[in-house]
Every structure is written in structure tokens, then in C-alpha cells.
Design a protein around this ligand. Sequence first.
Ligand code: MLT
Length: 409
Amino acid sequence: MAFLNNNFLALPQTYLFSEIARRVSVFKEQNPEADIIRMGIGDVTLPIVPAVIEALHSAVDQMGTKDGFHGYGPEQGYDFLRETIQKHDFTDNGIEIALDEIFVSDGAKSDTGNIGDILSKNNIIAVTDPVYPVYVDTNVMAGRGGELNDGKWSNIVYLPCTKENGFVPALPTEKVDIIYLCYPNNPTGTTLTRSQLKVWVDYAKKNDALILFDAAYEAFIKDDDVPHSIYEIEGAKDCAIEFRSFSKTAGFTGLRCGYTVIPKTVKAVADNGEKVSLNPLWNRRQCTKFNGTAYIIQKAAQAVYSDKGQSQVKEMIGYYMNNTKVMKSGLVEAGFEVFGGDNAPYIWIKTPQGITSWEFFDKLLNELYIVGTPGVGFGPSGEGYFRLTAFGDKDRTLEAIERIKKWKH
Ligand code: MLT
């Protein structure tokens, strides 16, 4: 009989957002009349912008012709998209990234989850706490978790981010090998300035650590001193891998496209002590396990960078960021302590005194028919907090905030 990967048995039975979906569907069954407003999972709601739809249509039509048909594409992504990414996201911003350092994929969730394939099981992982659950769960699956006690995995180093430290994590006090940073942050919606991120790059270089930098929300940055890429920081090309996504930037949650940058200068140590570049190893991994993102999706992603595409996705982001404004001011008016939302589509609320994250979730669902995400679902330091997303419809967002305001008063 086959033996299983026992690490899966150690994991909590459901993924955070699946558990929320399950609870909401039970509630809906019992309360079919309830007018539920969903502000839980960070899924976009606006339609794909016209420039991208046009590109998709045209790519689909090409696929139906002998000359325009595309079979297996390059595992690393088509050059037309990699060149566009290289120019627009890096060269134009004064960052030098080679074409073969960019790997197009089906999204940042897959890449942040899969990157562990090329890294030893023995690495000590550090995560900011609260954190996007994918980083923790995938390390547990790979055997880097240890045991779960009071919401913490014994082999993972947690770096608390709370209102007390302004949601800026302190450097680890023990030896860590890999550090996950997500900025603008999911779930808190907070950011690190250039000088705050430099502290991490300097630390990683000095301590031979690898930073896995998730920049999925960079398109929401408004403030000039918040970096869009970790490679804006000197030295980052020696110690950081960056993940990007079209999901939130251009509404691709249902299309699936992202990319990962692995500079050739980023290295890890082999068993024989040799420092080995991670770039060819990821390439090897992708060639074996991934057959490339669909041609039509890569054409769609390329259209995001056209003049029309850029102005349309910027408008879309403005729409969501207007929601954050409405949410923030309404929640403050209702008497909540509110964080994030200035450079990110997430609002992080302190739950009222004495109410846990899950109690607040139940209250909001049962009394106001609003779905959010309990902060503790993102890690122990998320207890006593609650996340709302700004990806909803403008009127429904307003309606949710009005319900909360009335309820609080
Ligand atoms: C979230 O709600 O945290 C995100 O939407 C999940 C994701 O991007 O996978």
C-alpha cells in the first residue's frame, strides 16, 4: 500500500478561505432570505477591462487558425510577455532584470507555494504574523512546520505585526534561513517604506538569509516612499525572490497569470557547502512540473501594459481604492480602530474589546449578513483583528458600512 505524506495530517482540515466559504454556505442554507455582502476572500468583482478582452478575443481567434495556433509554450513564458514585463515593471523604473530571470506562471499563489520545491526541508522559515496562509501551509506540507501548538508551528519563527509595533515586524532574534515578506501586506493592508524594507535586505545579506517577497498588491501603492519592487533596494538582487500577480493588478483572479523574478545572483547552499544559483533550479523545476501559462492568457496579460490597458486598470484600481476610503472613514465614524487601506485593498479592524476574531465574524454574519475574515485565521497575532476587502461593488460596500454604522450606534 502507498504511504502518505504525513505532513498533510498535521494541517488543520480546511484552508482558511474554504472554511469561511463553508460557514457562509451553511448560514445561507439556514437563512435563504439573508442579503449577504461578501467582504471575505480578496477576490475581485469588476469585469476584465476592454483592452484585455480585445486581446483575449484576438488570441482565441488566432488559436483557430493554422498559422496562429499555439501548442505547448515555453515553460518560462512567451518572450512577448517577459519583454513587456521586463521593460514596464523593471527597466522603466531603473531596475535591471534579465529576461531569463522572469518566469511567467499561473499566479503568485502557485509560485509562493511551489518555490519550496527547490529549497531544503531543513530551512528555518520566518513569517510575519498575521500572514497569508499559503506560506505557512505549504511549508507544513513540505515538513518544515513541526508541531502545531496554540496556533503556532514549532519550527516556524513568527514575527508579530500588531498595532503596538505599527505592523512593522522586528528582525528575528534567532537564526532563520528564509523570510516571507508580503508588502503591501495581506492581510493588514499596511506597508513598509523603502528604508524599512532596506533593514530586511541588509539583514538577509548579513545573515545569509533568503527573502521571498510577495508584491501581489504593488499596483495599489500610492505613497512615494513605498517600494513597488524589492529590487528598488540595493543588494536585494543578491538575496530576494519576488512574486508578482495580475490577479489584483488587472482582475485576473479567474484568468490566472503571475510571474516570479529570480535573479541569477540569488543563491542557496548545497549539502557540499557550495553556493548554488536558484534561477536554473527553478527553471528545471518549471520545465518538469509546469507546461506554461496558456497563450491566450499571456496575450491578455501583455494587453494590461498597453496604453489603453494601463489607463483602464488604473481606473479599476481607483474604484477599489475609493472603496477603502469609504470603508475606512465609515468604520472610524462607527468607532472602530482601523488600519491599512491607504496603499492596499485590505482594511484591518481591531475587534471591540473582549470579542475574538471568530466571535466578530459570527456577529457580523448573523446580525448584519456581512462576511469578513477573522484576523486569527492569518496567525496568532491576528487574534482580536478582522479583515475586510475593498474588492466589492461600490454600492454594496457602502451598504455594508451603513449597516455597521447603524449597528454600532
Ligand atoms: C486573500 O483573500 O487573502 C487572497 O485573495 C487570497 C489569494 O490571493 O489567494
